[in-house]
Design a protein around this ligand. Structure first.
Ligand code: SAH
Ligand code: SF4
Length: 347
């Protein structure tokens, strides 16, 4: 596909033309993955973060946030709950912490998860930028996947979204290290950022291609009131609709361009529309990551306004999710790690 073609698709405004784009992407998904949805249990293990990204609700500069870190026992309780409920894939996510204590804590938990589950549990880490040695230790402990969004692939836009000491080059270097350590590498961007154009979004798609990314986790940007970027923005109905639509178009274009990669239908879509995640599946996504974090901690991990499911128990949200996925004619792949096809093709 040419850049001009991608630009045209992302700029579509006619409802019928947009529906045709989603349908094309859905057909491509059927060809590569079928009507099947891979499922990963998301555990948000801590909101302590050393970074200060201008868009994020748990940035270090936000003094209103009460910080938490979930204990080893509580994390393992959730992991075993997920295991009993037929999850064979988990994501451990947190703010960015760089310390030997944290590295060792994660290393031990990953080993413990592998020892206590026997279904080939696919462990994804999403713990920000780390040293090669840290990534190596976590990989060796048993984490096979890592999710690190580039956030905005254009260096200039990246600089506008982050304080001066957050480096675009350091982040891309991390993505290369993860690849060298043979992780299944996930990346993504925020869609509909202030100052972002359609050209930027096409660049983002090309970035995924160039870095040969295995898993895409991207979602609409949603303003958070206590952040420099989100403070002046109001989440009106029109804004919501626009962000949702752009997010879905990006999923569709990513599927058409990248074909065999895993693409997540992210929580941010659901935050904009109760049916957001199902719409994501119909636009070409094939992964859903329900939040399994203990509800006691959920309100502390508010990256953006209106994050859904803050008080919903894992049990009831799982039931609702299963029903809504079935309602769009798809089936959840329980007991399956759901590795990226793209990763195995490369090998
Ligand atoms: N600290 C790690 C992982 C946790 S943040 C990291 O940054 O890599 C997870 C993701 O939340 C980020 O990659 C970012 O893309 C997303 N996020 C943060 N603030 C957001 C917002 N206001 N709207 C939408 N997504 C946001
Ligand atoms: Fe920290 Fe990640 Fe939020 Fe940036 S996006 S402030 S690194 S949690």
């Amino acid at each position: 596909m040419r850049d001009s073609e991608l630009e045209q698709l992302l700029a579509l405004s006619e409802p019928a033309a947009i529906a045709a784009l989603y349908a094309d992407a859905y057909r491509m998904k059927l060809e590569y993955v079928g009507k099947r949805v891979s499922i990963r249990g998301l555990i948000e293990i801590s909101n302590i973060c050393r970074k200060n990204c201008y868009y994020c609700g748990i940035r270090s500069g936000n003094g209103k946030v009460e910080r938490f870190r979930i204990s080893r026992e509580e994390i393992l309780d959730t992991v075993l709950w997920a295991y009993r409920h037929h999850f064979a894939s988990l994501v451990l996510q947190s703010g960015e912490v760089a310390s030997e204590a944290f590295t060792a804590f994660i290393e031990e938990i990953v080993r413990e998860i592998c020892a206590r589950t026997d279904n080939g549990m696919g462990i994804t880490l999403s713990l920000g930028e780390q040293t090669r040695e840290t990534y190596r230790r976590w990989r060796e402990a048993g984490a096979a996947r890592y999710l690190l969004r580039i956030e905005a692939s254009d260096p200039e836009l990246y600089r506008k979204l982050h304080p001066a000491d957050h480096s675009y080059e350091a982040r891309t270097a991390c993505l290369r290290m993860l690849r060298e350590l043979d992780y299944q590498v996930g990346s993504g961007v925020m869609i509909g950022l202030p100052g972002q154009t359609i050209r930027h979004l096409v660049k983002d798609l090309r970035f995924f291609q160039e870095y040969d990314i295995d898993m895409i986790g991207m979602g609409p940007y949603i303003p958070h009131e206590d952040t420099p970027l989100g403070a002046g923005l109001r989440l009106t109905e029109d804004y919501r609709k626009h962000q949702l639509e752009l997010g879905l178009k990006m999923i569709a274009c990513a599927r058409l361009l990248l074909r065999d990669v895993n693409i997540a239908s992210t929580t941010a879509l659901q935050a904009l529309d109760p049916r957001g995640r199902e719409l994501g599946l119909l636009a070409g996504a094939n992964v859903i990551m329900p939040n399994l974090t203990d509800t006691a901690y959920r309100s502390g991990y508010r990256l953006y306004a209106g994050k859904p499911g803050l008080d919903e128990s894992s049990e009831s949200s799982l039931e609702a999710l299963t029903k809504s996925v079935e309602a769009v004619g798809e089936t959840i792949l329980w007991d399956a790690p759901g590795d990226s096809l793209h990763y195995f093709r490369r090998h």
